[in-house]
Ligand binder design. Sequence first.
Ligand SMILES: [Zn+2]
Ligand SMILES: [Zn+2]
Length: 440
Amino acid sequence: MGDQEVISFSQGIRMMFYVMKPNETSFQSIEEVPDYVKKATPFFISLLLLEFLVSWIHQGKPASRVDDALTSLSAGVLSRLPSLFFRSFEISSYIYIWENFRLFGLPWDSPWTWYLTFLGVDFGYYWFHRMAHEVNIMWAGHQTHHSSEDYNLSTALRQSVIQIYTSWIFYCPLACFIPPSVFAVHLQFNLLYQFWIHTELIDHLGPLELILNTPSHHRVHHGRNRYCIDKNYGGTLIIWDRIFGTFEAEKEKVLYGLTHPINTFEPFKVQFHHLVDIWTTFWITPGFTDKFSVLFKGPGWGPGKPRLGLPEEIPEVTGKEVPFSAAASGSLQLYTIIHFVIMLGFYEETFSGKATLTQITLLLRICYIILTITSIGFLIEKRPRAAIMETARCSIFLMLYRFGFLKPFFPALTAALEIVFSICVSFWGARTVLEFRRSS
Ligand SMILES: [Zn+2]
Ligand SMILES: [Zn+2]
């Protein structure tokens, strides 16, 4: 997709709420379509900070916890890494169908096509999202998004790496008549719209609640109270839930997260733990029919149970639930925030310069990014191996930095970063030796 298109500040704000006009977002070819999601990064960060400030002023406490928010942002970072190498699977499969199987092509520059695609993408999203909750193998990807026990703007960025390998199926019918360039625009806006609804700061929005997906409706979707399960799948519009009988209004206080919380901040467990569970269950389940059901019936299914499992097996909310936290100290939290921000600097730089970077540089930078989010997960979870992993990570950073694989994003910081990371290596190295001595 094209990066040349400049987005004005007003367009940037409007695109976060899907308030865009057809004539400013219609393109003839897929190559001209801007990477709106990438261009949204400064708006993601500004709105995250705004939510943080507003909740601090209004409620006397931040809307998010550092450990949970960093885990969500790490999932967001991880889910975007494949796009450094490939065009998104949702787009490439769509183009393939358009080029080989289309029945007819609607004009790319007609407002009618634009509005029809808006509806079509949202309808496709509803069914993808519903199946992502009702089909176990699809839930393996989507559960990542639901694994936060908090509900704030950072939760929106807790995205799955593998979800796009099933979601593409639901957009195939559109590829029979809607040009890829129009589809690619709406797919991005549909995703961006869902950012602002992940907040507890916005209460009810009056008549808008009738047609739009709102923070209130989506809070229900993220709830693990029995009345919230398998409800409100809509992306931008809530009308699909009202039509197909999956709508539920917000009632008693919502408790967020998975019905069986995973209690971890490790980015790879957050992404893949359910896939591993399915793999194990698949092999220990006897008989072909039941094996098939493990994959394609609901996550709550078991032999002898209905397709979507038994509602009474969902743990009742007592109000005494405590969200998982390893209670990392304030200084350790600050440390992880600083290193996350440094990583984000290199992450941004890698995305903007990807066309000029060699494959080996790209791969080494991805190693640094993955190592950073893994190590931060270990640190905030206070795991026994955290010190040795952080020593290794900071040493690897210094090597990549010295050999020029990681370029400083602000030249003025060149020496400072080297000093900071050298101190980190010494500090965590000493901790590792101490812990080793204590345990032996
Ligand atoms: Zn969901
Ligand atoms: Zn959500």
